[in-house]
Design a protein around this ligand. Structure first.
Ligand code: GDP
Length: 535
C-alpha cells in the first residue's frame, strides 16, 4: 500500500475505517417500479426524514428529492440526480438517484460510473422491464454487483418463483433470495429469513407514511400463526436452497449471482431488511485502477472523479455544480488539488452536499462520498482531481447515443455564443456535440442517449447562452467507432455518415442495424466497434 509521505498515520487509519463503513450505490429500475417510494422508505427507516412523502406531490404529501428545475416540475420527472446520505447501524449509505423517466439520458449511465453496487428494483407484477434490462447491461459492463429488490408484493402478481426465473433469464445471474415472502403476491404477511430460518411479520400503518410494525418469531411460532402460507414459503425456500440459491459473497461480487429481497415499499414492508442487506453485503469503496497501470488505494492521498455536471440547479444563483465521487483520502474544505487533465491546481472551497434543493456545506468527506463543487472552472465529466501523487482515473465511457439531430442557430448574429454554448454543453455531457465534414462547423450533429437531453440543450442554449437553436432530427439510430481514414467510404454510402467527437474519436452513423449489416458485408475490412465496448 503506498502512503503519502506527509500523511500522519492516524489520518490513514481514519480514512480506511471511514471507507470501510461506506456503501455507495444507485437504484436502477423501470419507471413506476417504485424507486422514489423505496428511496423515501429507506430514508424513513434510516431516520433521515420523519415522514415519507410521495414524490412530486402525487398523494398530496410533501414532495421530496429532486424537484429543483422548472422543467422537472413542469414535466413531473426528475432530470438530474440527487444524492441521499443515510446512516444505518454504523454504516453510511450514499444513495445516488438515477432519473427514472423512459426518456432517460446519459446522466443515468454516468451515475453508474460512481457507485460500487446497485439495487435493481423490479415490479413483482411486471418482472424485468426494458429500462431495467438496459441499466442492468451497464452494471454488467462495469462489473457492478447487483442486489435485486422485488417490490409491490402487496399487489397481485406473479408467483415468487416465476419472478426469480424471469430475473435469472434476463440477467444470467443466479438469484439468491435473502428472504422469501410469506403470503402470495397481494397477500403479503411477512418475510421468511432464508439464512436464519425465522419469520418477520409486518403490520400496516395507515397510509404507509410511517414505519410498519414488525415482529420477529421463530419457525414453530410462524407455522402456528401463518399456517399454509408459512408452509408454502418454507417449501419454496428449501427448494431454492438445494438448487444453488444460497447467497455466496464471492459469486455476488463476481457478478455471478444476485441476492434477492422482497418489499412493499409503499407500506414499508421489507424495507429495514433492504437497509440491513446493504450494510452487510454491498461492497465498500476499494482501490481504483488508474490510467497507465497501478491503482489508488482508499487510504492514499485524496482523489476524486467528476461524474456529472449540473447547471441551473438553483435558478436564483445560476450556478453549476460538478459532482465528484471520492475514491481515496480525506476531503477537507479549502484543500488544493490538481486536475489531472489540465494539470491546473484548484482550491476546493465551495463544496456542498445536495439532496434535492437542500444543500449543506461540506467540511470533510471520505472515500465513497459524493461532493458537489460549486462553480468550479475548467472541469469536465471524467476529470480526476487529486493530491500528489496526481493520478488519473480512466475516462467515464461515452455511451452509445441512439438519437441524432442537426443543430442550427436561429439567430445568426450569435455565432460565437452558439459555439461557446455547445462547447459547454458538450463538456458537461448534456449532449455529445459531433462535427460532420458534410455539414460543416455551422451545423454540428447533437447526439443523445435519450431525447430529453435535447430539451435540456434547447432550453439552456436559449436561456443561458442566449443563442437559440433548432434541432432537426436525423434518421440515424446506430453508431459505431471507426477510423477516420474510412471517412470517404462511410460518407459516400447511402444511409451512413461520419462524425467526429470532441475527443477526436470518429463515429460512423447508420440508419439502422440492417444498414450497418449491409455496409459491413460490403466492406469487411472496415473495423466497426461498439461505442461502449472497449472504452
Ligand atoms: P418510480 O417511477 O420508480 O420512482 O416509482 P414511484 O415510487 O413513483 O411509484 C410508482 C407508483 O407505484 C406510485 O403510485 C407508488 O405509490 C406505487 N408504489 C410504489 N411502491 C409500491 C408498493 O410497494 N406497492 C404498491 N401497491 N404500490 C407501490
Amino acid at each position: 500500500m503506498s502512503r503519502g509521505p506527509d500523511a500522519p498515520h492516524d489520518v490513514q487509519v481514519g480514512v480506511a475505517s471511514e471507507a470501510a463503513r461506506r456503501r455507495t450505490l444507485a437504484i436502477i429500475s423501470h419507471p413506476d417500479a417504485g424507486k422514489s417510494t423505496l428511496t423515501e422508505a429507506l430514508a424513513l427507516h434510516a431516520h433521515a426524514i420523519r415522514q415519507a412523502g410521495h414524490v412530486h406531490g402525487k398523494a398530496g404529501r410533501a414532495g421530496v428529492v429532486s424537484d429543483w428545475q422548472e422543467m422537472e416540475k413542469a414535466r413531473g420527472i426528475s432530470i438530474s440526480s440527487a444524492v441521499l446520505q443515510l446512516h444505518h447501524e454504523g454504516h453510511v449509505l450514499n444513495v445516488l438517484d438515477t432519473p427514472g423517466h423512459a426518456d432517460f439520458s446519459e446522466d443515468t449511465y454516468r451515475v453508474l460510473a460512481a457507485v460500487d453496487s446497485a439495487i435493481m428494483l423490479v415490479d413483482a407484477a411486471r418482472g424485468m422491464e426494458r429500462q431495467t434490462r438496459k441499466l442492468f447491461e451497464v452494471c454488467r459492463h462495469r462489473r457492478i454487483p447487483v442486489i435485486t429488490v422485488v417490490n409491490k408484493w402487496d399487489r397481485p402478481g406473479l408467483e415468487a418463483l416465476a419472478v426469480l426465473d424471469d430475473i435469472a433469464a434476463a440477467t444470467g445471474l443466479r438469484p439468491t433470495p435473502l428472504n422469501w415472502p410469506v403470503g402470495i403476491a397481494g397477500d403479503f404477511r411477512g418475510l421468511l429469513d432464508t439464512r436464519r430460518g425465522d419469520y418477520v411479520r409486518f403490520t400496516r400503518t395507515p397510509g404507509g407514511a410511517s414505519l410498519a410494525l414488525s415482529e420477529r418469531m421463530d419457525a414453530a411460532t410462524a407455522a402456528r400463526e401463518e399456517g399454509a402460507a408459512w408452509a408454502q414459503a418454507q417449501e419454496e425456500a428449501e427448494l431454492l436452497a438445494v438448487s444453488g440459491g444460497e447467497h455466496d459473497r464471492e459469486a455476488f461480487l463476481g457478478h455471478e449471482s444476485t441476492p434477492v429481497l422482497f418489499t412493499a415499499a409503499v407500506v414499508n414492508f421489507g424495507v429495514a431488511q433492504v437497509l440491513d442487506a446493504l450494510a452487510e453485503l454491498a461492497p465498500a469503496p476499494t482501490a481504483q485502477r488508474v490510467t497507465g497501470g497501478g491503482s489508488r488505494e482508499v487510504d492514499d492521498p485524496f482523489s476524486a472523479q467528476i461524474f456529472k455536471i449540473q447547471a441551473g440547479m438553483n435558478p436564483a444563483h445560476r450556478d453549476r455544480l460538478a459532482f465528484a465521487r471520492i475514491h481515496s483520502g480525506c476531503f477537507q474544505r479549502g484543500m488544493t488539488v490538481v486536475n489531472a487533465r489540465t494539470q491546473r491546481p484548484l482550491v476546493l472551497k465551495h463544496v456542498q452536499t445536495v439532496f434535492g434543493s437542500d444543500r449543506q456545506t461540506v467540511d470533510e468527506a471520505w472515500p465513497g462520498d459524493v461532493i458537489g463543487l460549486v462553480n468550479a472552472t475548467h472541469i469536465q465529466v471524467g476529470d480526476t482531481l487529486a493530491q500528489a501523487p496526481v493520478v488519473a482515473f480512466p475516462p467515464i465511457p461515452a455511451f452509445a447515443p441512439e438519437h441524432f439531430g442537426a443543430a442550427r442557430a436561429l439567430d445568426l448574429g450569435k455565432a460565437k455564443q452558439f459555439r461557446q454554448g455547445l462547447a459547454a454543453l458538450d463538456a458537461e455531457g448534456v449532449v455529445q456535440v459531433l462535427h460532420s465534414d458534410r455539414r460543416g462547423h455551422g451545423e454540428p450533429v447533437l447526439a443523445a442517449v435519450g431525447p430529453l437531453q435535447y430539451e435540456v440543450a434547447v432550453h439552456r442554449m436559449a436561456h443561458e447562452f442566449h443563442a437559440p437553436l433548432q434541432i432537426d432530427p436525423l434518421p440515424y439510430s446506430v453508431a459505431r467507432r471507426v477510423d477516420t481514414r474510412h471517412a470517404t467510404l462511410i460518407d459516400s454510402g447511402r444511409g451512413s455518415e461520419l462524425v467526429v467527437r470532441s475527443d477526436g474519436q470518429a463515429l460512423a452513423l447508420f440508419l439502422d442495424e440492417w444498414r450497418l449489416g449491409t455496409f459491413q458485408r460490403a466492406h469487411p475490412d472496415v473495423e466497426l466497434l461498439p461505442v461502449m465496448g472497449a472504452d
